[in-house]
Each structure stands twice: as structure tokens, then as C-alpha cells.
Design a protein. Sequence first.
Length: 87
Amino acid sequence: IDFSNDGSRLASCSSDGTVRVWDAKTSECLFTFKPPQTGTQELSVNNVFFMPGRTDQLLVCNRSPTVYITTLSGQLIKALSSGKREG
């Protein structure tokens, strides 16, 4: 779980592979998405963080060798991969 720098949003992640973005004041779920998957197995999302100094981008980590930078709605901005295989 991570709060945006301005405290207006909260991002959470789950073992079902979803990321949710919440309005911190109203507790309303604003966005729900799954990051891109590598391979055929659906992977849980382990961590989600707001990008430093940004309230409109997330850093999403699942159990793959790739880290994703996304918008709050889940649109992929950039994928950063270690080049290592899963497992």
C-alpha cells in the first residue's frame, strides 16, 4: 500500500494480480487493473508505489523479472526488465 505524495490517493495491490487506486478522502475505488503478464500464468502483484514526485504514475512489481511504470488507470508507460527468466 502506498499513498500519493499529496495524500489524495492510495494504491493497493493483491495476490489476485490486481492493482487498485483509491480516493483517500472518500474511500472510493477509482481504478482497478492488472499489469501486463509475462507467460501464461497470472502473477500476484507484490508491491505498488507512487513514482517519486508524481501523483499520476505508479511503479508496479509482480513476481516477474519486469517492473512496470503505469498511469493510475493501468496504461503502460514503460516496462523495465532484468532480462532474467522467471523461476
